[in-house]
Write a protein that binds this ligand. Structure first.
Ligand code: ATP
Ligand code: MG
Length: 443
């Protein structure tokens, strides 16, 4: 065929080099995106069932939002942010590394807590300059839930139940829930002093990060991924032992609700999370099946962030999950995930029939049938045989044959392309609605 000849550009200079995606940033191609769309649709339904509403904030935010919100001495702010200066006005901007800070900014900016608490969710890309590896990318995607304006432990439990129900809805197995409490600021202050004293005694095993953080943010040392520091972290004083009655009661109430709802968890006194904004309840859903990228979802309470971003003090709690990790885990567990949207393929042997056939295709689509139109190569529509080949390789469930004979009688022939085919049937083009549903190609 002359297809390749037609596509050749007469002006293409020999020096055009191929341009590839930025390292650690991935294309999601159609076979894969069907899985993403499926996951997103399950999430939307589940969020609606809990009466959470969607929020969409910008991908670019003022750098100060993250420095102030996440904490200056955190991995993200110290080394992972994509920050740049606006060329026109010099503003310091950052591609969002997470979405909680942006959601809080929006809630404050639009005075959204004025008439009471809000339950929100989001989905979208995040950016962190990390070393790319399986389950760790520079552009990755999160789905998150944030509830603002409620203080009680039942809302901590609600967000955890929401995540737990999501695993059930998508068939995800073998994720365990780890739970901890980071207490309140005075409790953390007391713990901090004990922590510094402990690490001062073990300076020799501290790495560069830890030494630097010893007096600025010693809690962060507990979040280390350095195996050489495992023992010294293990032996460090536990925040749980510094909690007062009120903080302990909050934790116990969360545990009670989880118990009553059959959600199992383990208490992990080492769990601190990567951002400074958390207090009281923190949790992670973890799997052993993704190597060191085993945290699929993490979250907790952040009662002081709203005030830090300039709003009137209000409590909040939320979580975020990593879409790539959740899908990789499902795949590893052999879950049957969709890789295409079902459709029919319209075979049109005679080019002059196209204007009429396209009208029928649009009517079918309006009735909810997904149909792909056959498109020619520029030198006609091709033989029946080649059209059938294209129908098959398109993954279509059915071929709709709009031949001259069929059209003369106002009919279309329908042939199944899967499960060994079977008999061809003929349907009326005057009564599309009487058979459209039977194809079951509605997405
Ligand atoms: P990790 O300890 O693996 O670095 P984190 O504590 O930095 O994770 P969070 O900031 O809590 O992660 O983000 C919530 C979730 O987003 C994580 O549990 C993970 O599933 C996902 N995630 C975080 N960073 C990445 C990344 N670079 N690539 C892919 N997914 C990520
Ligand atoms: Mg991280």
């Amino acid at each position: 065929m002359s297809e390749s000849k037609n596509n050749e550009s007469p002006v293409k200079p020999a020096s055009f080099k191929k341009i590839n995606a930025v390292k650690g940033m991935n294309d999601v191609l159609p076979g894969e995106s069907a899985k993403w769309e499926w996951l997103e649709s399950v999430v939307r339904k589940l969020m609606a069932s809990y009466a959470y509403r969607n929020i969409r904030t910008p991908i670019v935010e003022p750098t100060a939002l993250f420095v102030r919100g996440l904490g200056e001495v955190t991995d993200i702010v110290e080394k992972e942010m994509y920050s740049f200066e606006d060329r026109l006005n010099g503003e310091a901007l950052t591609l969002r590394p997470e979405s909680t800070a942006g959601v809080v900014r929006a809630v404050v900016e639009h005075n959204m807590l004025y008439e009471g608490g809000k339950r929100l969710y989001y989905m979208g890309p995040m950016f962190r300059h990390e070393r790319p590896q399986r389950g760790r990318y520079r552009q990755f995607h999160q789905i998150g839930a944030e509830v603002l304006g409620f203080q009680g432990p039942e809302i901590d439990a609600e967000v955890i139940l929401l995540a737990h129900d999501l695993w059930k809805a998508i068939g995800l197995q073998n994720v365990r829930l780890e739970l901890n409490s980071l207490g309140q600021p005075p409790e953390r202050l007391a713990h901090r002093a004990a922590l510094i004293a402990h690490f001062e005694k073990h300076q020799d095993v501290l790495d560069e990060d830890a030494k630097r953080r010893l007096y600025t943010n010693p809690l962060r040392i507990l979040d280390t991924k350095n195996p050489a520091m495992k023992d010294v972290v293990e032996a460090a004083p536990k925040l749980l032992d510094f909690l007062g009655e009120v903080s302990l009661a909050h934790l116990n109430s969360v545990k009670q609700i989880l118990d009553a709802n059959g959600v199992s968890y383990t208490l992990n006194p080492r769990l601190v999370r990567g951002m400074d904004y958390y207090n009281l309840t923190v949790f992670e859903f973890i799997t052993d099946q993704l190597g060191s990228q085993g945290t699929v979802c993490g979250g907790g309470r952040y009662d002081y962030l709203i005030e830090q971003v300039g709003g009137k003090p209000a409590p909040a709690v939320g979580w975020a999950l990593g879409v790539e990790r959740v899908l990789a885990l499902l795949e590893q567990q052999g879950a049957a995930l969709p890789d295409a949207i079902p459709h029919a393929y319209a075979i049109v042997p005679d080019a002059p029939s196209m204007p009429l056939v396209l009208q029928y295709l649009r009517q079918l689509r309006a009735l909810g049938v997904n149909v792909q139109m056959h498109a020619g190569s520029g030198e006609g529509v091709g033989s029946m045989k080649s059209q059938f080949k294209k129908a098959d390789s398109s993954g279509a469930q059915f071929a709709l044959i709009f031949g001259a004979d069929e059209l003369a009688q106002n009919t279309v022939s329908i042939k199944s392309l899967r499960d060994g085919g079977g008999a061809q049937r003929t349907e009326s083009l005057d009564r599309l609605e009487s058979w459209a549903n039977s194809l079951q190609l509605t997405s």
